[in-house]
Design a protein around this ligand. Structure first.
Ligand code: 8Y7
Length: 281
């Protein structure tokens, strides 16, 4: 099992301790002014806070992948994401991941300083594999989704949940390797909420370590998702405790990267877990 993930500029992520990925959305529906893109200075300030709170990766996304969300044009996505990446890279050596499925956004983001491509479509869009293959040390998160964001929650069905997702991972790993992307660059994510019922999501959480078979680091993203809200009957703003419980369980079951909105609180939870595991006190 990989415990070190190499990144550009000679840097690396060490998975001996779980790594927190802080979410930085630059979509119009995720900030209050309702403008077309987030001021890079504001994005930078938010990123710095996430890092201070304990994030090691900042995940920047300009396309909303929530169920039913509208498609975003290439130009809009570039205008949202690239200035934010540049501003953060200018001020910090942190790991930056770009949440996108578009090859041209991947390309521009990497040139602007991104280290990780976080693709909910697992490099299945045109030219995505070839684009990422050009940059040797850029890491890639391959996420599983059944269907497309617009329709994925309509009627998710699996013959065998774990086998189906593992087959998808194996196929995408092979596609990467055929394109010249080394196995060691990959991260896997079963994709909570992406074409999954509440029951599917909790089966995955309970047996998260099933995906360890493939020998790659695992990412879990369940922060504030409907798997928390629908279970507990809580609005988005009231899902912190449930999200923290989910993060803890995912990490105990083998997740190496945990993608969250509430970095400070998640760091506290993971530090408590770590004290138990190491008998630090
Ligand atoms: C995930 C994600 C989202 C996830 C990875 C949300 C971009 C929806 N969820 N990326 N992105 N894994 N790798 O509620 O679970 O945050 S967007």
């Amino acid at each position: 099992m990989t415990t070190i993930l190499k990144l550009p500029r000679g840097r690396a992520l060490n998975f001996e301790k779980p790594v927190i990925m802080g979410i930085l959305n630059v979509t119009p529906d995720s900030f209050s002014d309702g403008g077309q893109f987030l001021d890079p200075a504001v994005a930078l300030k938010r990123a710095m806070q996430l890092l201070q709170d304990g994030a090691q990766i900042i995940d920047i996304g300009g396309e909303s992948t929530r169920p039913g969300a509208p498609d975003v044009s290439l130009n809009d996505e570039l205008a949202r994401v690239i200035p934010a990446i540049k501003a953060i890279r200018e001020h910090s050596d942190c790991a930056i991941s770009v949440d996108t499925s578009k090859a041209q956004v991947m390309d521009q983001a990497i040139l602007a300083g991104a280290d990780i491509v976080n693709d909910v479509r697992a490099l299945q869009e045109p030219d995505a594999l070839e684009t990422v293959a050009q940059y040797e040390d850029v890491a890639i998160c391959l996420m599983h989704m059944q269907g497309q964001p617009r329709s994925m929650q309509f009627a998710p069905h699996y013959d065998n949940l774990f086998a189906d997702i593992n087959i998808f991972f194996s196929e995408r790993i092979k596609a990467c390797e055929r394109a010249g992307i080394k196995f060691e660059r990959l991260i896997l994510d079963p994709g909570f909420g992406f074409g999954k019922t509440l029951s599917h999501n909790y089966q995955i959480l309970a047996k998260f370590d099933h995906f360890n078979k493939l020998g790659l680091p695992l990412l879990a993203g369940l922060s504030r998702k409907s798997m928390i809200g629908n279970l507990l009957n809580r609005e988005t703003s009231d899902r912190l405790a449930g999200s923290l419980a989910g993060a803890l369980i995912a990490v105990q079951n083998g997740a190496k990267i945990i993608r969250v909105h509430d970095v400070k609180e998640t760091a506290d939870v993971l530090n408590v877990l770590q004290a138990c595991e190491q008998g630090v006190l």
